[in-house]
Design a binder for this molecule. Structure first.
Ligand SMILES: Nc1ncnc2c1ncn2[C@@H]1O[C@H](COP(=O)(O)OP(=O)(O)O)[C@@H](O)[C@H]1O
Ligand SMILES: [Mg+2]
Length: 277
């Protein structure tokens, strides 16, 4: 499982850098490093809490070595260098319109495979949303999924519990218990995976007023998209209480595979090369 991550002490010289984003005291860039394309996060802030979160993100990422999870190449207290993933985020994909059922199922299968691996090692992602899923340009589709961004993750055996209150983004993909402050529940990630599946098929997440739903004020969910055979699984993953959801990523993946089979969808097929068709 442990990746072969270089521990670096000196700031790494980067070439051809292109800014990707800059927020929360961290700069993200695309660059060339040691002859390869990399995605680099550099800590700029001197704030101690920010530095500890950065350290935590590196510590979690350095444990991961799986085809569906972003690969960390090297880390220092101020730099994280990941393999560059050529492709587009699921956000960019869904913005072009709802996905076809086979694609949505394959992408969800890829997400669940990544979660199986994370959860097996006592790590919960906790910030699963379309911006944090990259669908690489490679095929087949399920195998092209990469989960990224372990900045909010929780690891059973790491001391730090992250509450990145300053950047609580969209509430749409967050499970109700996370909203209440609970961390480290693997089934929170299953809720988010269910929302991802819904979002892929409908082109929008289930609750227009997600805050109201999270706070327990209403249950006004949009109609379930996609074929009826998928609805029991989707509904189960969207349950308010973690114990009412599938019991594990493995169980949810098994269920998804069964439904895919009943719909005649091969989860490991190559899909259509043109996006959203
Ligand atoms: N390994 C990677 N290869 C290519 N693009 C990436 C990679 N990691 C992240 N990105 C892009 O950069 C964005 C920000 O990265 P992320 O790790 O999610 O940081 P944050 O959300 O904390 O800013 C992602 O949404 C994605 O578009
Ligand atoms: Mg992100």
């Amino acid at each position: 499982m442990m990746a072969d991550v270089q521990i670096i002490s000196a700031v790494q010289p980067l070439e051809d850098t292109v800014l990707v984003s800059r927020h929360g005291g961290v700069v993200a860039e695309r660059a060339r490093w040691q002859g390869q394309d990399v995605f680099v996060k550099t800590l700029e802030s001197r704030d101690i809490a920010t530095a500890r979160r950065f350290e935590h993100e590196g510590a979690v990422a350095s444990r991961l070595n799986h085809p569906q999870l972003a690969a960390l190449l090297a880390r220092s207290p101020t730099q994280l260098l990941f393999s560059w993933i050529e492709g587009c985020t699921l956000r960019e994909r869904v913005e072009q319109g709802p996905l076809a059922v086979p694609e949505a199922l394959r992408i969800t299968a890829g997400v669940l495979r990544g979660l199986c691996e994370l959860h097996m090692y006592g790590i919960t992602h906790q910030d699963l949303k379309p911006e944090n899923v990259i669908v690489a340009a490679s095929r087949p589709e399920a195998a092209a999924v990469r989960l990224i961004d372990f900045g909010m993750s929780h690891a059973r055996d790491l001391p730090l519990d992250i509450h990145r209150g300053t950047r609580m983004g969209t509430p749409h993909f967050m499970a109700p218990e996370q909203f209440r402050g609970l961390r480290g529940e693997p089934r929170s990630d299953l809720y988010s995976a269910g929302v991802l599946l819904f979002d892929c098929l409908a082109g929008h997440p289930p609750y227009e007023d997600a805050m109201g739903w999270l706070a327990g004020l209403h249950d006004q969910r949009a109609p379930l998209p996609g074929p009826g055979a998928l609805h029991p699984l989707m509904l189960a993953s969207l349950q308010r209480e973690p114990q009412d959801r599938p019991e594990s990523a493995q169980a949810m993946l098994g269920w998804l595979s069964q439904v895919a089979g009943s719909l005649g969808v091969d989860l490991d097929a190559h899909g259509d090369p043109t996006p959203n068709s």
